[in-house]
Design a protein around this ligand. Structure first.
Ligand code: TPP
Length: 656
């Protein structure tokens, strides 16, 4: 049996070793070889090594129980590659992605499923990981390479393309895909898969589809294939040319602004960002993934920008003449659908490790690791004698920040008239857990409210998946974070809609003995979409959790009440029912002090909503309708679109 530790002479009792000439070979099945290989992979950045694959999440079926299931059972624990048992394949991919996000993409999990529905359940998680640029290794099982039992149970039979399986649906959502139809294909596919996982510019879901028969098939593997391997995560520096252009653009700007995205966090560039901002008085605004890159109370942090942005950041963004976007995909929420930044004359520069991201919106593109690039920029500005912001501008920014701090205080203190308001719930949870716990969320109205109101002390204290904004990520994500940093408090904020969609990983958290506090914020609606629906001119329709009404024929009858506490208790959680602020505070206090899984069932009112601070999001209302409210909404939309900046002045045009 293999033992954890250094490689070398460890091919022991369980494995058949043969010599072919001078080459030592070990006879293992494809699945056994995969397990041995994954256990030996590491990433390395700044001289520190990490296990690249920390373990395997798996739900077995006929597609993998005899192949990968057998391999994990025989070798996994001994190799230090533990197996986790989730309740749902989508959820396990979310857990893996959350783990990778919390670990700054330096470590992740593999996720293994059976054939067919188990595999396709992972596709949503795969898309989420790829969109958020988070590494996960996916191992769906596949039909027989021999094709003899075709169609095997759960096999899709494509009539004209016999080699298509449901796993081909992973291709568009994976950064790397390979079907392993012969054992020896692992020799080339696995290194390529690891390279993609470890590369910050390419990372995302990496999928190796494993036919059922191939998993169990033996092969004589070269011993050297299983040597310990370290994948360097390079800090790519900026090229001299683009860096000089960026320095020149900064020197020419009067009101520069930095947008901090997730890349700042993943690259551990918070200190470099802080040094740059402080040295020259450059204000920083944040995206969902970048929130926490500077502590919430740092004097240069103007808070969130964009559609869900705050008043300070959105005002500063509107008057900026140079926007430097660092480590962000520039999604529509950050750019407020291209209305947030500057004016026609403003310029945009993007510092990103991914060249495609760096070239968006006509930007001056600086392709580099965020930390390396920010350090180079600071050095370049210092060499050029850049003085930075005037004391008048610094004073103005400070006043703006003060205004925003007071607005947040106010929104967190606004009481609901007919029950708890979501803003005050967020404030109470943040107060109870402090800025040091990790708060996890993903979909609904809470991400926008949390972006404005949550006060994180550091980048790992705010974990909102808002690239895919996938309902169902929340609790699974909390499990991933709890595994990524044992000892850190983790609080999941989840809407009733998301909870009802996917809450079964509470069972996994109980089984793993994790400490997790889940706050279910129950407004008995898909509240965010209900609000959006009203903003496009429709009345509330099909978004509230109500019974079908016989008279209207619609789901607008009485509210369907759900006892979330009872539901969570049945899964093994300690539960609290909260209807008012005193009850909520007492429950938070009790949950904070108690180990294990605590679930708070918090009933809230839909109103009042947390205010909008000049944020806009492009959602086109119907162009024709007999309903006056829809026509009004369309007209407001037409006017708002006039504010969109379609393309910023590029680096070339502005030279003269
Ligand atoms: C898997 C998935 N399906 C649909 C959506 C679209 N969607 C976004 S928010 C939302 C409603 C969420 O409801 P809830 O969790 O109760 O939160 P609330 O909006 O009430 O705050 C829906 C349906 C989504 N983001 N993810």
């Amino acid at each position: 049996m293999f033992l954890p530790g250094e490689w070398g002479g460890r091919l022991g009792r369980g494995c058949r070793v043969v010599w072919r000439g001078a080459v030592k070979k070990v006879r293992l099945t494809t699945a056994q070889a995969l397990v041995h290989y994954l256990a030996r992979q590491h990433s390395e950045r700044d001289g520190r090594e990490h296990r690249l694959i920390e373990g395997v999440w798996a739900i077995f079926g006929h597609g993998n129980v005899a192949g990968l299931g057998q391999a994990l059972e025989e070798y996994g624990d001994a190799l230090g590659l533990p197996t986790y048992r989730p309740q749902n394949e989508q959820a396990m991919v979310h857990a893996a992605a959350a783990f990778a996000k919390h670990r700054n993409r330096l470590s992740t999990f593999a996720c293994a499923s059976s054939i067919g529905p188990g595999a396709t359940n992972m596709i949503t998680g795969a898309a989420g990981a790829t969109i958020n640029r988070l590494p996960v290794l996916l191992l769906p099982s596949d039909y027989f390479a021999s094709r003899l039992p075709d169609p095997v149970l759960q096999q899709l039979e494509h009539e004209s393309q016999y080699d298509v399986s449901v796993n081909d649906a992973f291709r568009p959502v994976s950064r790397f895909f390979s079907r392993i139809s012969r054992p020896e294909q692992l020799l080339s596919a696995l290194p390529a898969a690891m390279a993609a996982l470890a590369d910050p510019a390419r990372t995302g879901a990496v999928t190796l589809a494993l036919p059922e028969d191939v998993q169990a098939e033996a092969f004589e593997w070269p011993d050297s294939f299983f040597q310990r391997r370290v994948w360097p995560v390079a800090r790519r520096p900026a090229e001299a040319g683009p860096l000089e252009a960026l320095v020149a653009a900064m020197l020419a700007a009067e009101r520069p602004l930095i947008v901090a995205g997730g890349g700042v966090v993943y690259s551990d560039a918070g200190a470099a960002l802080q040094a740059l901002a402080e040295s020259f008085g450059i204000p920083v605004v944040e995206s969902q993934a970048g929130k926490g890159a500077l502590p919430w109370d740092h004097p240069m942090n103007l808070g969130p920008v964009g559609a869900n942005g705050g008043l300070a950041a959105n005002r500063a963004a509107a008057e900026a003449d140079l926007v430097l976007a660092v480590g962000t995909r520039l999604g529509d929420f950050v750019t407020a659908s291209r209305t947030a930044f500057g004016n026609e004359g403003a310029r945009i520069a993007v510092l990103n490790v991914n060249a495609a991201d760096a070239t968006k919106m006509g930007a001056l593109a600086v392709v580099a690791d965020a930390r390396a690039g920010l350090e180079q920029l600071r050095a370049g500005l210092q060499e050029s004698g850049y003085a930075g912001a005037s004391s008048e501008r610094r004073g103005g920014l400070e006043a703006l920040r003060g205004e925003w701090t007071r607005a947040v205080d106010e929104a967190r203190a606004t009481r609901g008239a007919a029950g708890l308001a979501q803003g005050e719930v967020i404030g109470a949870v943040n107060d109870a857990f402090g800025g040091g716990a990790t708060m996890v969320c993903a979909a609904g109205s809470m991400p926008g409210d949390l972006l404005k109101l949550w006060r994180p002390d550091d980048a790992k204290a705010y974990h909102v998946e808002y690239g895919y904004s996938c309902m169902g990520y929340e609790i699974a994500g909390g499990v991933g974070v709890a595994l990524a940093e044992p000892g850190r408090r983790v609080v999941v904020m989840v809407g009733d809609g998301s909870y009802l969609m996917l809450s079964s990983e509470i069972v996994t958290a109980v089984a793993e003995g994790l400490d997790l506090c889940v706050v279910v914020v129950d407004n008995a609606a898909f509240g965010s979409i209900r609000g959006l629906q009203r903003s496009v001119g429709s009345p509330s329709f099909n978004n509230e959790r109500r019974a079908r009404d016989a008279a209207s024929g619609r789901t607008d009858g009485p509210v369907v009440t759900v006892d979330f506490a009872q539901h969570a208790e049945a899964m093994g959680a300690r539960v609290f029912r909260c209807h008012d602020m005193a009850g909520l505070r007492a429950a938070l206090e009790a949950a904070r002090g108690a180990p294990g899984v605590n679930v708070l069932d918090v009933k809230v009112a839909l109103e009042p909503a947390v205010p909008n601070y000049q944020g806009w999001w492009e959602v086109p209302p119907a162009e024709v309708s007999s309903q006056p409210a829809v026509r009004d909404a369309r007209e407001a939309y037409r006017r708002a679109k006039e504010r969109q900046i379609l393309h910023f002045t590029g680096p070339e045009e502005s030279e003269g």
